[in-house]
Design a protein around this ligand. Structure first.
Ligand SMILES: Cc1cc2nc3c(=O)[nH]c(=O)nc-3n(C[C@H](O)[C@H](O)[C@H](O)COP(=O)(O)OP(=O)(O)OC[C@H]3O[C@@H](n4cnc5c(N)ncnc54)[C@H](O)[C@@H]3O)c2cc1C
Length: 470
C-alpha cells in the first residue's frame, strides 16, 4: 500500500458489533475508523421508513433483560464496558411470551418462576430433569467453552427424557440465534437459554433507532470516525498480515488491526479468491434465512385478544428448524407484537411481525414480477397460519404491510444468501488466517443485539487493547 493514512483499528461494518467495538476502542484514544457500505447504520438491526412510518428491521426483543442494579450479567457488563447507563436504554419489559406446540403451550416472562411453574403444569414428570438442566446451565461458563463441538439437543436430552419438551425449549433458542439446522452448539444454547428464558425480553422505548443514535453519538463524541457509503472492496494483506483495506472507490486505508463484522466467508472473500478457496468450506456457509412481514393495524393486538409479546409456534408433529424445500416453511414461526411491551412511549399503531424460515436459493431464482408475486403469495399463507395463533386475521385490520426476504437481507448486509445467523461454524476466538484481522459479531459466535455488541467489545479488548486496559 502506498503510504495511506494509518488507523489503529479499522472496523468493517456499522452494525451492533462494529459500533460497540468502535466505542470501546475510541474510549482509549485509539484512532478508529468504522466503514459501512450503506447509508444507514445498524446492519441487521437497522430501521427503515415506509409510508411515513419508521420500522425496525430486526428488533423483536432485546434479550438479556435484568433489573437495574443487577451485576455480573451480559447486559450489565456490556453497559459498564461501553460506559452507558441502564436508564439510557429506556427498557420496557415484555408482558409474557409463549411456545406453542400441538396440544401444549408454555408461557415464560422475565420472571423465570413462570417457566418453572409452566413446566410443572404441562410436563409434571420432567420437573426434576428440567431442574437438573438448569443447574448444569447455571454452572457452565459459556463464554469460556472447553468444547465448542457439543450439541445442545443432545445435552438437553441428557436431562430431559420427553422429546417434545426438548423441542419446545429449543424452539425459541433456535429461532433467536442458531445458524445450525435443528440444533445449536451447546455453549451457544447455554448463552441463549440464559438470555431468553432466564433473563428475558425488553424493548428500548422508540425501538432500535434511539439506541443506535445513542451508540453513534457516543462513538463520535469519543473521537471515532464513521464513514457511511464506504464499502470495503478488498482486505489488503501480505505475508499473513493485514495491511489495511481498499474501498469500492479505490481509496486505500492502512491500519494496525482490522475487525470485520462482515462475516467469516464474506471477510475471506474480501481477502481474495485464493484466501476464500483455501479457507472457506462450503458446508460451513450459512443455510438459514427468514421472511419477515410487518403488519400495521388500526388497533392494538391486545384489543383483539393477543396479549403475548412473542409467540414461537410449531404446528407440525415434528419441529423442523431447517432450510425449507419451498420458499418458506409456514408450519412454524414467530409472532411478535411490539405493543405488548411496557413503554413510556406507547406505539401509535398496532403492529404484528411474523418470521418464517425461508430458502434463500428459491428466492434468488425468482426474477422480476415473479418475486413480487411470490412475496404476496407467501404472506397470504403465513397469515393464514398466524391467524390460528393470533385469534384474528391481520389483513382484517391492516392499514399497511411490508415484507422482506433473504434477498433483502443479502442486499442490505452483504451476508451471502441472507444468512441472518451467519456461518454454521463459529470462530469463538475471532481468529482468521491473517494475524491482525479478527472477526466480530455474528460469525465470532455471539449474535442478537446484546450478543453482537458483547462480541465487538470482547474482541476489541482482546486484540486491540493492551492487557492493562481490558
Ligand atoms: C428479521 C430479523 C429479526 C431479528 N430479531 C432480533 C431480535 O429480536 N433481537 C435480537 O437481539 N436480534 C435480532 N436479530 C439479529 C440481530 O439483528 C443480529 O444478530 C445482529 O444485529 C448482528 O450484528 P452484527 O454486527 O454481527 O452484524 P450486521 O448487523 O450484519 O452488521 C454488519 C455490517 O457490516 C456491513 N458490511 C458488510 N460488508 C461490508 C463491506 N464490505 N464494507 C462495509 N461494510 C460492510 C453491513 O452493511 C452491516 O451493516 C434479528 C435479525 C433479523 C434479520
Amino acid at each position: 500500500m502506498s503510504s495511506p493514512p494509518t488507523f489503529d483499528t479499522i472496523i468493517i461494518g456499522a452494525g451492533m458489533s462494529g459500533l460497540a467495538a468502535g466505542i470501546r476502542l475510541a474510549q482509549f484514544d485509539q484512532r478508529v475508523l468504522i466503514l459501512e457500505k450503506h447509508y444507514l447504520w445498524g446492519g441487521l438491526n437497522s430501521f427503515f421508513k415506509r409510508a411515513g412510518r419508521r420500522f425496525d428491521v430486526g428488533l423483536h426483543a432485546l434479550t438479556n433483560w435484568v433489573p437495574k442494579g443487577t451485576r455480573g450479567t451480559p447486559l450489565s457488563k456490556l453497559l459498564r464496558q461501553l460506559r452507558l447507563g441502564y436508564d439510557d436504554l429506556k427498557l420496557g419489559q415484555q408482558s409474557f411470551s409463549e411456545v406453542r406446540f400441538p396440544g401444549v403451550k408454555l408461557a415464560f416472562s422475565n420472571d423465570f418462576e413462570l417457566l418453572r411453574s409452566e413446566i410443572a403444569r404441562a410436563f409434571p414428570d420432567q420437573v426434576e430433569g428440567f431442574e437438573s438442566l438448569v443447574r448444569r446451565i447455571d454452572a457452565y461458563d459459556a463464554f469460556r467453552p472447553s468444547d465448542t463441538s457439543l450439541s445442545a439437543r443432545s445435552q438437553l436430552s441428557q436431562s430431559i427424557s420427553d422429546p417434545q419438551l426438548v423441542d419446545m425449549l429449543l424452539c425459541p433458542l433456535l429461532f433467536y440465534g442458531s445458524a445450525r439446522e435443528d440444533d445449536v452448539d451447546w455453549y451457544q444454547g447455554v448463552i441463549l437459554f440464559k438470555s431468553i428464558l432466564q433473563e428475558g425480553f425488553a424493548r428500548p422505548a422508540g425501538g432500535i433507532k434511539p439506541l443506535l443514535d445513542l451508540l453513534v453519538a457516543r462513538y463520535r463524541d469519543l473521537g471515532g470516525e464513521l464513514r457511511m457509503r464506504s464499502g470495503v472492496k478488498e482486505i489488503v494483506h501480505e505475508d499473513g498480515r493485514c495491511l489495511g483495506v481498499r474501498l469500492e472507490d479505490g481509496q486505500e486505508l492502512a491500519a494496525q488491526k482490522v475487525l470485520s463484522s462482515a462475516g467469516w466467508a464474506e471477510s475471506m472473500r474480501l481477502a481474495g479468491d485464493d484466501m476464500y478457496a483455501r479457507h472457506v468450506r462450503p458446508e460451513e456457509l450459512g443455510t438459514l434465512s427468514f421472511v419477515e412481514s410487518i403488519h400495521v393495524l388500526d388497533r392494538e393486538p391486545a384489543d383483539l385478544g393477543f396479549g403475548a409479546t412473542i409467540q414461537f409456534f410449531n404446528d407440525a408433529p415434528e419441529f423442523r428448524y431447517r432450510r425449507p424445500a419451498g420458499l418458506v416453511d409456514t408450519q412454524s414461526g414467530v409472532l411478535c407484537c411490539p405493543n405488548n411491551y411496557a413503554s413510556e412511549e406507547p406505539l401509535r399503531e398496532g403492529i404484528i411481525r411474523t418470521t418464517s424460515l425461508a430458502n434463500p436459493v428459491a428466492w434468488r431464482e425468482l426474477v422480476g414480477d415473479a418475486y413480487e408475486a411470490a412475496k404476496e403469495e407467501v404472506q397470504t399463507s403465513i397469515l393464514a397460519r398466524a391467524q390460528e395463533h393470533l385469534g384474528f386475521h391481520p389483513r382484517d385490520y391492516s392499514v399497511f404491510s411490508d415484507c422482506f426476504t433473504p434477498r433483502t437481507v443479502e442486499r442490505f448486509t452483504g451476508r451471502i444468501d441472507g444468512a441472518v445467523y451467519g456461518a454454521s461454524t463459529k470462530r469463538f476466538d475471532g481468529k482468521t488466517p491473517l494475524q491482525n484481522l479478527h472477526l466480530i459479531g455474528t460469525d465470532q459466535g455471539l449474535l442478537g443485539v446484546t450478543g453482537a455488541m458483547l462480541s465487538g467489545v470482547s474482541m476489541a479488548n482482546r486484540y486491540c487493547l493492551k492487557p492493562s486496559l481490558r
